[in-house]
Design a protein around this ligand. Structure first.
Ligand code: 4AZ
Length: 249
């Protein structure tokens, strides 16, 4: 995350940290005890992808430190990438990861670990609505390393008109995407935040409206972050997981 501020996992307890072959790969969001929602491009771009090399942590504030009291570790029982994901334009950039702990269980609710709500499919928030993105991604475009600690930034939803204007992304934004940025363009998701949450507070509850997907570099003028529009996937998520209802922990 560029700009914004450091935060503890307790403020974003649905944030998952996904590793591949021991290296940090992507963010994710816990939507039910056994399922993490993330981005398809996190896995689709890996050659000879090996699901056994995936590790997932919940309750983690520091990317390279073990916090045994607060974190929970899982392997990936399976990963489902959207069948219509297109790596060319990032359409349908969404994937589900099923958790399996060493003893065969799923996530246990705690101060550092909790599920996030999925908004009903007909929910439409107005342009300008303030939401928040969180992750361990780079603090500036071109940085060598990911952020050592979890960060969050407030960003505002953009209308499709604004996001597709000449100086912005023109025809690259599909109906399955939602754009968000900070009005002064100083805060944004960046490399490594992919798969992580864009959450918006409605009626005192936090809902997952976006999955970090793509953007032209990070925190550039007129180049907002582009997120997978989660409300377009309620049916897909229900079908793939067999879940019907989502509640906060
Ligand atoms: C990336 O490379 C990436 N500014 C993710 C988000 C954004 C840019 C790049 C949005 O994973």
């Amino acid at each position: 995350v560029v700009g914004g501020s450091f935060t503890a996992i307790e403020s974003h307890p649905w944030v998952a940290a996904i590793y591949y072959q021991g290296r940090f790969l992507c963010g994710g969001s816990l939507i039910s005890p056994c399922w993490v929602l993330t981005a398809a491009h996190c896995f689709a771009d890996i050659e000879q992808f090996d699901v056994q090399s995936v590790s997932v942590y919940l309750g983690k504030t520091a990317i390279n430190e073990t916090d045994a009291d607060r974190e929970q570790h899982f392997n990936a029982e399976k990963i489902i990438t959207h069948e219509k994901y297109h790596s060319s334009g990032f359409d349908n950039d969404i994937a589900l990861l099923m958790l399996r702990s060493q003893n065969g269980g799923c996530a246990v609710k705690s101060a550092s670990t909790r599920t996030v709500c999925l908004p009903p499919s007909d929910t439409q928030l107005p342009a300008g609505f303030q939401c928040s993105v969180a992750g361990f991604g780079k603090e500036s475009f071109g940085a060598w390393h990911f952020s050592k600690y979890l960060k969050q930034a407030n960003v505002k939803l953009l209308s499709k008109t604004d996001c597709t204007k000449e100086l912005s992304y023109q025809n690259l934004v599909t109906e399955n995407m939602i754009c968000a940025g900070s009005p002064d363009w100083t805060s944004d998701a960046c490399e490594g935040d992919s798969g992580g949450p864009l959450v918006c507070e409605v009626s005192g509850r936090m809902f997952l409206f976006g999955v970090v997907s793509w953007g032209d570099k990070c925190a550039m003028m007129n180049k907002p972050g582009v997120y997978t529009r989660v409300t377009n996937y309620n049916k897909w998520i229900a079908e793939q997981t067999g879940l019907k209802k989502y509640t906060t922990g």
